[in-house]
Structures are given as structure tokens and as C-alpha cells.
Design a protein. Structure first.
Length: 290
DNA sequence: CTTCTTGTTACTGA
DNA sequence: ATCAGTAACAAGAA
């Protein structure tokens, strides 16, 4: 499940590899993934090149040298962007475990061919993800739909914090549902919401409106540290995620609650519980979190 | 066979 | 209009 740290890791990996390299060919193996715009897709990308890559929440934005469109990619649950230097397997690199598989494979949906012989594969087992071209106007609309970026300068500003506190207090649903809502704060998904709430010592099922000022502050203060640690570990591979080199992330061993139901809390030894909140599997320590 | 997995959105009802 | 809750999507694992 790629969330902010995983998407950020992929972008950082891709930048030095594919920027300003000509795109010589594009292959679409599943038209649904490019919103059935295969012809337009090929026409706009072939002979073009990516000049920069940005991220909004969990969405990747690839800016193009030519034309007035940008390419946006959402990995949803099982999407992957894997870069290969031709057919050669890239040795070493990062610390994650090497996923040595052949590409393309049956989950490959789109292939980008670069002028230097390298390849970028968009793989997606469950095909919820997408790769699509949108105009700058639509890009503005997309960006508008997202809330505050945890790593933007404004995130720590007093005015933003006050506004976030107010928004959270006003919600009549669980704090977990609030943190999953990309329109308030962007980038958190099921794994990191559970981790943030553990760090903040707040139970996920608590009603947002019931939280004390100090508890909301603890939550806001926990977001950056949790995400930073995860980025440092190159993300969390729970089942499907791999980075741009096809390597798994290393954060699983550092998870405090997610995926640890029935195991002992690393802080207090109590058994980690698993319940359903906001329709999602939710993990917490009843002793550490109140 | 059933149940579970999740990011996002469509839909429903308040 | 806004908000909240749930089903749906897809494909595989257990």
C-alpha cells in the first residue's frame, strides 16, 4: 500500500534516472489504466521527456518538456513503478531485499522506453491504479482537492495548526477516518494512520470531536516523525510495495502496531489489538493509547 | 467455499 | 449544501 513515504521514495529514485532522457516509445498493455486514451497517450509522450517529478499526497506528477499536459500516476493499492537499465539487473544499491523478477510480467500494464535503452514499468496486480494525461487547469483542480502536505513549510505554521485543530474538532467521525481523509491532511493511509495514532497515544476509534487540545497536538506532532522514519527506511513493504529498483522497503520491522495484532506492544508488552474502524483493519495498544 | 486485504469514489440518507 | 457511513471496485492469499 503505497502511502506518502513509499511514493516519495519512488520519486527520489526516479529523478536522477529518467529526467531529461528522451522517451522513445510507450506501450500500453491495459488501456483501462490510461483511461482508454492510448492513442493520445502515445502521441503526447513519444519523443517527449520528463523534466521534473512532484508529489501531491500519494499522486505522482510528471512534468513534460513539450506540450501543455502533465502525466499523473496513482499507484492505489498494488501499483508499482520499476525502472530497469535495459535487461541488465541492477546490482546492490539500497538496503532492501532484491526482488529479482523478470519484467515485463503478467502484471505489467504500461511500459516507457527511454532513448538510453532503459525502461520504466508500471505494474499493477489489482489494476486500481492509473496513469493519465491531464491539462494544467485540471492539475490545479486535482491539487485543490488535497489538504495540507505534511512536509510543506505551512504544516508547522501556527495558523495552519490552528485551522487543522478546528477542522479535526468539527468532525463527527473517528480520528482515524479524519486522518485517512486526503482533503484535510494528505499522504497518510491505513498503515501510517495507525502508527501516528500509536505515537500520539490516541485510540483510532475515538471520535475526533472528543479529542482534547493536547491530544490533537500530539497527533499533529507525530505525523512528520513517523513519515520521516519511514522515508529513511525507504518505505513499508507489507505485501506488494517495491521501490523504483524493485527492492522492498525496510520499515516493517519498525512498525509499532500495524500488522502486529496478537503480538506484544514494543513499549509496554500488552497484546496489540485489531478492530475495524472506518471500514479498515485497525491496530492499537489499549494500554499505551487512550 | 468464505473472508480479508485497501485508496478512492459513488451512492445513500440525514 | 455538507457530512457520514457503506458498498464497490479487483485479484489474490489464507
Amino acid at each position: 500500500m503505497p502511502e506518502l513515504p513509499e511514493v516519495e521514495t519512488i520519486i527520489r529514485d526516479l529523478r536522477p534516472k529518467i529526467l531529461d532522457i528522451g522517451i522513445s516509445k510507450v506501450e500500453v498493455l491495459l488501456p483501462r489504466i490510461v483511461k482508454n486514451q492510448t492513442q493520445l497517450f502515445k502521441k503526447r509522450l513519444t519523443g517527449n521527456s520528463f523534466i521534473s517529478i512532484e508529489r501531491v499526497g500519494k499522486v505522482l506528477i510528471f512534468y513534460l518538456r513539450k506540450g501543455d499536459k502533465v502525466l499523473i500516476v496513482h499507484l492505489k493499492m498494488t501499483g508499482q513503478l520499476i525502472y530497469r537499465q535495459g535487461k541488465r539487473i541492477i546490482a546492490g544499491g539500497h538496503s532492501g531485499e532484491k526482488q529479482d523478477f523478470d519484467l515485463p510480467n503478467k502484471h505489467t500494464r504500461v511500459i516507457f522506453y527511454f532513448a538510453d535503452g532503459s525502461l520504466l514499468f508500471f505494474n499493477d496486480l489489482r489494476t486500481f491504479g492509473y496513469v493519465k494525461l491531464i491539462g494544467l487547469e485540471e492539475l490545479r483542480e486535482v491539487k485543490k482537492g488535497f489538504g495540507v502536505e505534511p512536509f510543506s513549510p505551512e504544516f508547522t505554521q501556527e495558523a495552519t495548526r490552528e485551522s487543522l485543530k478546528k477542522k479535526i474538532k468539527a468532525r463527527q467521525t473517528s480520528i482515524k477516518a479524519v486522518l485517512l481523509n486526503q482533503e484535510i491532511i494528505t499522504g497518510l493511509g491505513n498503515i501510517y494512520v495507525d502508527e501516528v495514532l500509536f505515537r500520539a497515544k490516541v485510540r483510532p476509534q475515538r471520535k475526533a470531536s472528543s479529542l482534547k487540545k493536547k491530544e490533537i497536538e500530539a497527533i499533529l506532532d507525530s505525523i512528520r516523525p513517523v513519515l520521516l522514519q519511514a522515508i529513511k527506511a525507504r518505505g513499508t513493504t507489507f505485501n506488494n510495495y517495491v521501490d523504483a529498483d524493485g527492492n522492498t522497503g525496510n520499515f516493517v520491522s519498525r512498525l509499532m502496531v500495524y500488522g502486529r495484532a496478537g503480538e506484544k506492544c514494543k513499549k509496554c508488552g500488552a497484546v496489540i489489538k485489531k478492530i475495524k474502524v472506518a471500514g479498515r483493519g485497525t491496530h492499537y495498544c489499549a494500554q499505551c493509547q487512550k
